[in-house]
Design a protein around this ligand. Structure first.
Ligand code: GLN
Length: 448
């Protein structure tokens, strides 16, 4: 049924880069057999899922929406894919994204832009826009994306979905093609909080193949514990997150969400968290620096596309990279190498790292007082395709409310909070202390 639906409707949405029809059907058949035989079923047995195309799937093309990896077929599965398979999920295919996860609209895909199912003239958000559009259009029950600076939460908000960015280190990054390794984290999209909870329960946990993986301290049953509600819990709203530059309807929707939770017994308070603007600068410095290093491996020799005509080794590398990387990726590599170069290192990278410590400290202090910090997820409504492509800075501003979560490594969940008058989805995000996902799910479930 899901494959039929994809065939029929994805022409208008363009969320999939590859659909693995045969493999999905074979797997579904095997699960049927298991059911007839009465074998114990996994928690995701038979559940159709979609995967962002930067998560490696053995035998299934994984492109990062880049010409650089257009023909790359991974010989191994990412950690999360093994977990999903062990739990019985059926992977339907690979989802569109901004090239190497750099972007906020999906327009940086080297192949085609994905459209927002709520209004196909508008972007689904990015960079996991294909994952969001596919879940919103009912092409898969749960989809997975990656969040380096908001790439799960932002498209979740734009497509009326629940999207989870877990605590750094709780979901394996093994087999996730790296963008900013100290920021990247995989997480689920779903139409309900409960499905998102299952989606996370299934993929989290220690993985010895990921050096930053956390060994213990996980809570397991979000889908159960979230039903205890929010009575007596404290919500802090940073006034800097609802000030200038925030769309009026977005602000109102967040205040409505706070009022709903207050009615259920939560205590709501405004406070000051002065990190938005510097956070955005720090994010673009740190993530670009890490990207410039991570993307060094695509030289046409070790990995990726190889130019046809070349005269020397350096000519081969230059030509391969020039031909196969898109503009945004090149921009990030140039920014990254610039901020890391001697003479500029102290002025940019070092400063950003110092600011990173400050962000961590400010959050830590805030979480001594509040169980969650609430804010809008994105300052603007889903915008039109083409509206922001000519001005990269304008595009970067869409991330201003999400990036600090990654800088601090804390978890956050974006949950639908309503619609604009024009019928476009709006979302809010709950941020929490490290490993406080359980609490965040309580807030998300209570709002839903
Ligand atoms: N939009 C942000 C960027 O372009 C975030 C991307 C992400 O989270 N992968 O860097």
């Amino acid at each position: 049924e899901y494959l039929k639906r994809i065939k029929k409707y994805d022409k208008g949405i363009k969320s999939f880069i590859s659909v693995g029809e045969e493999a999905a059907i074979a797997r579904a058949r095997a699960i049927d057999q298991k059911m007839y035989k009465g074998v114990d079923l996994g928690m995701m047995e038979g559940i159709p899922v979609g995967i962002k195309d930067n998560i490696c799937t053995e035998g299934m093309r994984t492109t990062c929406a880049s010409r650089m990896l257009e023909d790359f077929i991974p010989p191994y599965n990412a950690g999360v894919i093994d977990r999903l398979r062990d739990a019985g999920a059926v992977v339907l295919g690979k989802l569109n994204m901004d090239e190497f996860a750099m972007g906020s609209s999906n327009e940086n895909s080297a192949f085609f832009p994905t459209r927002n199912p709520w209004d196909t003239d508008r972007v689904p958000g990015g960079s996991s826009g294909g994952s969001a559009a596919a879940a919103a259009a009912g092409f898969a029950k749960i989809t997975y994306g990656s969040d380096t600076g908001g790439s799960i939460r932002m498209p979740a908000s734009f497509c009326g979905l629940v999207g989870v960015k877990p605590t750094y280190g709780t979901v394996s990054r093994y087999g996730l093609i790296a963008f900013g390794s100290s920021l990247d984290q995989i997480g689920p999209f779903a139409r309900t909080v409960e499905d998102a909870a299952y989606g996370l329960e299934c993929i989290q946990g220690f993985d010895p193949k990921d050096a930053t993986s956390i060994e213990s301290g996980y809570s397991k049953d979000y889908s159960e514990s979230m039903k205890t509600g929010v009575k007596g819990l404290r919500i802090g709203i940073p006034k800097e997150f609802i000030g200038e530059g925030i769309n009026e309807e977005v602000r109102k929707s967040m205040l409505d969400a706070a009022a709903i939770l207050e009615k259920q017994g939560a205590i709501v308070e405004e406070f000051s968290l002065p990190i938005t603007e510097s956070g955005l600068s720090a994010y673009y410095i740190i993530s670009s620096a890490e990207a410039s290093s991570n993307l060094g491996r695509y030289d046409g020799v070790r990995f990726g596309y190889r130019a046809r005509d070349f005269e020397s080794y350096s000519d081969l590398v230059v030509k391969s990279r020039t031909e196969a990387f898109g503009d945004e990726v090149k921009r990030r590599i140039m920014m990254g190498t610039y901020v890391l170069s001697s003479g500029y290192y102290d002025a940019y990278y070092k400063k950003a790292m110092l600011f990173r410590q400050k962000v961590k400290q400010l959050y830590k202090t805030a979480f001594e007082k509040y169980d969650t910090i609430l804010s809008p997820t994105v300052p603007v409504l889903p915008f039109k395709i083409g509206e922001k492509t000519s001005d990269p800075l304008e595009m970067y501003l869409a991330d201003i409310l999400t990036v600090n979560v990654n800088i601090a490594g804390i978890p956050a969940i974006s949950v639908p909070s309503g619609f604009s008058e024009s019928g476009l989805p709006i979302g809010v995000q709950f941020m929490g202390d490290h490993m406080s996902e359980e609490k965040l799910f309580r807030f998300a479930w209570s709002l839903e």
